[in-house]
Design a protein around this ligand. Sequence first.
Ligand SMILES: [Zn+2]
Length: 308
Amino acid sequence: MFSELAVYESGLKHWVSIRQTGQYPSNESAGEEPIIFHQPPNCVLEWSTSIESGICMANVCEDWVPESFWRKAYNLSSGEGYRLTAWEQTDMLMEPFGITLKDLFDANMIAQYNFHGHYFSDGKDLDDILHFRCIPADEYWGGGVVDEMRRMAANPMIRAMFPTAEQMKEHNIEIGHKEGGTYWALENNKEDWIKAFFGSREKRDAIKSWDEGYELFHPSEEVTYLDHGYDEEKGLENLDIEDLKKAAAFRGGECLEEKAPADIYTPPIKWKCADGHEFMMSVNAVLQGGHWCPECLAHECSMEISQK
Ligand SMILES: [Zn+2]
């Protein structure tokens, strides 16, 4: 977030931030990190394929990209067909081996909150400009990825070498004991982490096991928009000071200016967050980028994938 903010506030005229939650296939080493315990079973990722992400990046460099494209952040995905919950994805990929998410994890050891996955209501905006989507989801998953798993499962040599569900679960538990894993947090009384993962120890203790009826579902895809406190139809360039004050109030803070700036990009203007921190930030960074108080952000939990 700080890196993106630095670009927002750079004064450069030609930059873009392309955000994606999950690119498939992922870096293989990610499966060996505690992040495998961080995605709640019913939490979704709207995946982008590595091929389409690559086309997107290549097209950014083309001359036909319109001037209006720049100085914004966009969500990147391969489309609505790529919306999968954690359990749907695991069950789909492992189906040829007869393995499901339930075989690989205990329900009460998977985080319930604070993963970054969700659907994008505006994923199409980026494709409308850069035209990178080219693989229908059912062909990609069913025809490509799952088909390969089926061929592997049908090969007796691979089948013999492939770990059993029990072995995979045991290995996952080892990973969960690494720093940042749920086992690590519970066994080492990392209360901040426990709160972030489960809400509280009590809530964690109340999680039903799979057999007791832990509910797996696919969250509704019906789009509902938040009211951000101001008229978003106006366009950022046309907001007046009342709009900015209402936008800040929506975030529990204030806009401390007397009038709206002439330029939404620079210079930054003064805001105050709910905790009373005053900070300078451009209208574009706050309202297009969704950035807010840097001091509060510094206290949020962030974790690097460890290289150990
Ligand atoms: Zn703050």
